[in-house]
Design a protein around this ligand. Sequence first.
Ligand code: DWN
Ligand code: SAH
Ligand code: ZN
Length: 406
Amino acid sequence: MSTCRVCAGPLTEFLDLGAQPNSDAFLRPGETDGEFFFRLAVGRCGSCTMVQLMEEVPRERMFHRDYPYHSSGSSVMREHFENTARRLLATEATGSDPFVVEIGCNDGVMLATVGRAGVRHLGVDPSEGVADEARAKGVRVRTAFFEESTALGIAAAEGRANVVYAANTLCHIPYLDSVFRGLDALLKPDGVFVFEDPYLGEIVERTSFDQIYDEHFYFFTARSVRNLARRHGFELVDVLRLPVHGGEVRYTLARRGTRPPTAAVAEMLAEEERKALAEPATLERFAADVRRTRDELVALLKGLHADGRRVVAYGATAKSATVANYCGIGPELVSSVYDTTPAKQGRLTPGSHIPVRPSEAFDEPYPDYALLFAWNHAEEIMAKEREFRAAGGKWILYTPRVRVLE
Ligand code: DWN
Ligand code: SAH
Ligand code: ZN
């Protein structure tokens, strides 16, 4: 039996998404042999309630020199992180010579604003390619996995931090014991750890099961985060819901006794209890919703195929690996995926082997239907591609339910 990666309690599996590849391992045509697969399944800890993957993929397989995801690829996300930086600068990076550390800084989308403000900062990210892009923006980066040893090295060389921030990264790190020992060494006595990740409450509500893939190891709730923090001498002192990436929560942790929790913490905990959010029956219901989504999406795509419609996809997201591989969607149902990321273009999607083409080629000619894999960027993409609908094209969405936008 698998045990919880946080507390070693018993894990109960509630959803099996089958054999899956590395979600960000886009293949060169002709290089599809020997592709890596693992079993993607999710369970819940009976002791601390943490929802997590049943199997861990070695981190070096996912985060390396060629990691293709660039945080700056969305204008909405650029604005989100600029605002985040301004907020951290105003509220946490105060006093004389403040120091801001970011775990998983990627291409510097957040820290560039901190750097421009002349505030001492350091990003930590193991993916060299994106780290180099951050450096090109004047951001200081250590190419490393954040863990206890990294944190000790930073504290020794640069002193302690006012704030450590992580967006869409803490949920990627199975070894949280080491991370928290590191945070304890790195944060000033009154420093805070602020992190934001997809919220299990939204995933369940929207049946956005594609948030589950190799890189996303944990699916947090206020309750599981509070339990996690307490194990390590911290307290959950604030929560804030964020609209980005289909619904996230920003959690603020402080050393126990240093800051009083806000009313928002108690409210979110109460709401989770009212909704029985991470209770087994809710998770079983979610798993049934996922299976229904799969059946409806496959039926829709097969029907369109039978009718001779041309169907493509938009956004070669990491998330879409789960959808394509779980539903068995390949190039026969979806002929190509359009994406702005140069590192993904000309490649094949992992596992499903659908060719990725530059988004500029989307209108050559427009397809009949486009499956929006990057549904979390729907507003931005639909605005950019408004001509598609004007030309009679139709978007297909699968969250919160399978539907064609007329
Ligand atoms: O947690 C993670 C999030 C932050 O980013 C990582 N583990 C990996 C990655 O997940 P993802 O690939 O599912 O993220 P996105 O932001 O949904 O990816 C959007 C994709 O769509 C990118 O490949 C870029 C592309 N795109 C596009 O072609 N046109 C995006 C926009 C906004 C566009 O206009
Ligand atoms: N913060 C950005 C990037 C998210 S993608 C955003 O929100 O858009 C996740 C990033 O975390 C990748 O750049 C990856 O290289 C990095 N990462 C993964 N494990 C890490 C670890 N242990 N320490 C630091 N960064 C890590
Ligand atoms: Zn546990």
